[in-house]
Design a protein around this ligand. Structure first.
Ligand code: PLP
Length: 355
């Protein structure tokens, strides 16, 4: 199997793939409820929260929808400095909700000052912000922005998309005062796709009580009622939850701090390699992602040729996302990828360039 340096789905360890082959248990059985409970407790450590974590049978986008449907009474401030921030805005609008964009040039961070200024003009029910923009390889300063939101308007809920960073970079849900942090399984958690996780604050749950049409499948209040019984309202993705449980053991055994350090060492390595090689990095210095790097294709490499060359050697990288196709390409260093893997990849790209 080619080693995937694409930002999801990433390679899954064979033991974790195997965990999915356990026989099915009815989800209303005490045995399943015990393993569900255990997985949630471990997931709380990943989110750095003492509070609730929900598991949904969906991908991450489902939880972008859950956030806006459950937590917005009137209006949303959507921070957009990349493709996934833009998607979250589209999700809000397509649900008939009133959303306003705070647009920042792609590759530059959203700043606490920009957010504070917006909140000074008008109150917003929620702010949506992507922590790690997978399109541009940029990490927004969530902790600082959350502080600015709290100071400007304590009623504004802070919703964070951590789809391509949770489990790869430290995100302290409780300490930073975040109200909803969402992620999906196929990126930094190195699981197959199909499972989404969210940490949700008490404030956010109180807000949901004031929102009349939250939908059914993603209704957080309904989810909570069942979570308290170690279950979900509809049939959970049992095989994926078994894999999550096994993978969380693996992640906690590696150590969260050690895992984050592994990712930032790889980020440092690839950033310096790229600049030395004559590429530029799309994201502004000081705000570069620890889990995915977006390179400006200044050497004018033919991306298809490059990926074909890499595939022959058992590896694969990703083209630029959407409008950034060919002008950029992306190398993910998330999940179980190690420095030795990255070294092999970079040596192969060197070889391609020199050929
Ligand atoms: N948000 C970010 C930052 C992403 O990178 C992605 C997927 O690449 C999504 C949201 C959408 O997630 P999913 O594909 O799990 O729905």
């Amino acid at each position: 199997m080619p080693h995937m340096f694409v930002p999801g789905p990433v390679d899954v360890d064979p033991d974790i793939l195997n965990a999915q082959t356990k026989p099915m248990l009815p989800h209303r059985s005490p045995e399943f409820e015990a393993s569900f409970h255990g997985a949630i407790e471990k997931a709380q450590r990943l989110f750095y929260t003492q509070g609730r974590v929900f598991l949904f049978a969906s991908s991450g986008t489902g939880l972008q929808e859950a956030a806006v449907r459950n937590l917005s009474r009137e209006n949303i401030l959507s921070c957009v400095n990349g493709a996934f921030g833009s998607r979250w805005y589209d999700v809000a609008v397509s649900n008939g909700l009133q959303a306003e964009k705070l647009e920042v040039p792609w590759g530059q961070p959203v700043t606490p000052e920009q957010v504070a200024e917006k909140l000074r003009d008008e109150p917003y029910d929620i702010i949506t912000l992507v922590h790690n923009e997978t399109s541009t390889g940029l990490q927004n300063p969530v902790e600082e922005i959350a502080k600015a939101v709290r100071a400007a308007d304590p009623d504004t809920l802070i919703c964070i998309d951590a789809v391509s960073s949770l489990g790869g970079t430290k995100i302290e849900t409780d300490a930073w005062g975040l109200d909803m942090v969402l992620t999906s399984s196929q990126k930094c958690l190195a699981l197959p796709p199909g499972l989404a996780l969210a940490a949700v604050s008490d404030r956010a749950m109180r807000r949901a009580e004031e929102v009349p049409h939250r939908g059914w499948y993603f209704d957080l209040l309904r989810m909570e009622k069942h979570r308290l019984k170690d279950s979900t309202p509809a049939t959970p993705a049992i095989s994926l939850i078994n894999a999550l449980d096994a993978q969380l053991d693996r992640i906690l055994k590696e150590g969260l701090e050690e895992r984050f350090a592994r990712h930032s060492a790889m980020a440092k390595r690839i950033h310096s390699w790229a600049l030395k090689r004559g590429f530029d990095l799309f994201a502004q210095d000081g705000f570069r992602s620890q889990t995915v790097t977006t390179l400006k294709n200044l050497l004018d490499l033919d991306f298809q040729d490059l990926n074909r060359f890499l595939l022959e050697r058992g590896m694969r990288i990703a083209n630029g996302y959407g409008v950034l196709k060919n002008e950029t390409f992306r190398i993910a260093h998330m999940g179980e990828t190690r420095m030795e893997d990255l070294d092999i990849l970079l040596t192969a790209i060197d070889e391609f360039i020199e050929a």
